[in-house]
Design a protein around this ligand. Structure first.
Ligand SMILES: [Zn+2]
Length: 427
């Protein structure tokens, strides 16, 4: 069952529960018999977004199997003092509004108990009659519960949603409790921007974590046999894994990372060339060398076709100062230009780093998650949110959305419709 089907099923179960009649409740949920009688009631006092309410819960007794059961409500969560809407609002505040756990709890308490921030918003209101004590640790527990559901949804999560042939990969370092460092690894469909379920690993230098990442993506529905290209930075672990486990997949070396490597080398060469010159002459020399070399590198890395790149590489290698850079680029040339080939259509020349911006805004650098498992569950939750949530319509100053107003699922050809990420997470 893929993630949209999961969400739809959950939503249906809520609707079904909300639509049950008195006659429906006469049927015993254990044995299915209708030989039941009403058997008293008890009162619950759950918190809703607009305050605490008393509710009578009807109990029934079944004559056939001698078990008793009480009527359930779609609005409530079993065993919780808070209504479903509070659970959903809490997760949405943290994930979508990007507040911390503490502030999420504070804002929800303010709404529910007419207290704290509420007193600032409505200073003329009388003091709260019944304060609310929702704690940040409770919100964290709910989030972690949603994360567990996200984990349970990995199997088949994107089955039947996307035929992915080209992907991008990247890692983000996170700090956990006790200064432990972990890396969150991600596979993204280059065409639709659909995220496969991420993993958390201790490092990215060996093949192991990458193998785990692709195995999880496969479990979620990625057809690794049909995979053609992967964009990545120079991570040795991924290359090692591709060589052992997926020889048919071609690596596209991230051009942005390559620029960073080569840029440093150009600065060093320019500095050497300017050594021993007077200040002004040195500055001029530095600028001249930098301009010449970066111009040539630009023609290679951002080439429109192979011929152009090869011609520029020949010029760079012949340049009196260009040989060391030319050598590096010569070794990587094929890997830098994979995205130009028709067979790898859709492959991005850069790693999907912009997703981490979205990730960081919500999960910060992981410090609140304390353990590997919790960070992983939060990452899985975030990935589902990201796939369901439409990109913004507007372009930000630094960021242009390829498919404004559309979610990754919609771009992949499976618009989720009425189903939200909260339904998919079963909250
Ligand atoms: Zn029964």
């Amino acid at each position: 069952m893929n993630i949209i089907e999961r969400g739809r099923k959950f939503l249906q179960s809520l609707r079904e529960l909300a639509g049950r009649s008195a006659w429906d409740w006469k049927r015993c949920p254990k044995c299915g018999d209708t030989l039941t009688i009403k058997n008293g009631s008890y009162t619950r006092r759950p918190w809703y977004l607009d305050g605490r309410k008393s509710e009578r819960v009807q109990r029934h007794l079944c004559h056939t199997c001698h078990s008793s059961y009480s009527e359930q409500s779609a609005l409530l969560v079993r065993g919780s003092w808070y209504a479903r809407e509070v659970h959903r609002a809490a997760i949405d505040h943290w994930q979508h509004v990007r507040t911390s756990l503490r502030r999420t709890a504070e804002v929800l308490r303010s709404w529910m108990g007419r207290q704290e921030r509420w007193r600032l918003w409505r200073p003329l209101d009388p003091p709260s009659s019944e304060p609310c004590y929702l704690a940040a640790s409770t919100v964290h527990r709910w989030l972690d519960g949603a994360g567990k559901n996200a984990q349970a949804s990995v199997e088949g999560q994107l089955t039947g949603i996307q035929d992915t042939q080209v992907v991008g990969t990247d890692g983000l370092w996170a700090k956990l409790k006790g200064k432990a460092k972990r890396v969150v690894l991600l596979v993204v469909d280059s065409v639709s921007g659909l995220l496969y379920p991420p993993i958390v690993a201790k490092g990215e230098e060996s093949a192991g974590p990458w193998q785990r990442l692709f195995e999880r993506a496969k479990q979620a529905g990625l057809d690794t046999d049909a995979l053609r290209g992967v964009t990545s930075d120079g991570a040795k672990g991924l290359l090692a894994y591709l060589r052992q486990g997926m020889q048919w997949v071609q690596q596209q070396r991230c051009t942005w990372h390559m620029w960073r490597t080569v840029g440093g080398a150009i600065t060093r060469i320019a500095d050497q060339a300017a050594e021993g010159l007077s200040d002004e002459a040195a500055a001029q020399m530095r600028k001249r060398v930098k301009d010449e070399l970066s111009g040539l590198v630009h023609q290679i890395i951002d080439a429109q076709d192979y011929a152009q790149a090869e011609a520029a590489l020949a010029v760079l290698l012949a340049h009196p100062l260009g040989a060391p850079i030319g050598k590096v680029l010569n070794e990587q040339l094929d890997r830098l230009l994979v995205h130009l080939l028709d067979y790898y259509h859709g492959l991005q020349p850069v790693t999907p780093e912009w997703y981490w911006r979205d990730f960081r805004l919500r999960l910060s650098h992981g410090r609140n998650h304390r353990s590997d498992q919790r960070l992983e569950r939060a990452s899985l939750l975030w990935a589902i949110y990201h796939n369901f949530e439409p990109a913004q319509w507007r372009s930000e100053r630094k960021r242009h959305y390829r498919y404004p107003g559309q979610s990754a699922l919609a771009v992949a050809g499976a618009p989720p419709g009425q189903v939200s990420y909260l339904d998919a997470l079963g909250v």
